[in-house]
Write a protein that binds this ligand. Structure first.
Ligand code: ZN
Length: 101
């Protein structure tokens, strides 16, 4: 009889459930990571505790403003991840400037 088999399956599942419940009461589970993990709001510009990140206009990577290669350009500061990026950006700018002039 199918119903009789089903009854036994449900009964076995119920017993397993009770055993699990009892085990949980005896051994409480450790604090779950998912519960304690803080939810971070999504943001386009990533920020760190070390300082604000600036976008390298040459390669597009984000660099901390405190440990980047800075360049004053037209009243604003441009941040680069490396001197190579800075030089490449400067060369490209000079090229476009020469074309404009
Ligand atoms: Zn770069």
């Amino acid at each position: 009889m199918i119903f009789r088999a089903l009854f036994w399956v449900v009964r076995a599942l119920f017993i397993l459930f009770v055993i699990r419940l009892v085990l949980r009461m005896i051994f409480p589970p450790a604090a779950r990571r998912t519960a304690s993990r803080p939810v971070r709001p999504p943001s386009r510009v990533p920020e760190r505790a070390g300082g604000t990140l600036a976008r390298d206009p040459s390669c597009g990577t984000y660099v901390p403003q405190t440990s980047s290669f800075r360049l004053q350009s037209g009243g604003e500061t441009v941040y680069f991840c490396s001197t190579a990026c800075r030089d490449a950006w400067l060369a490209a700018r000079q090229q476009s400037g020469a074309k404009l002039a």
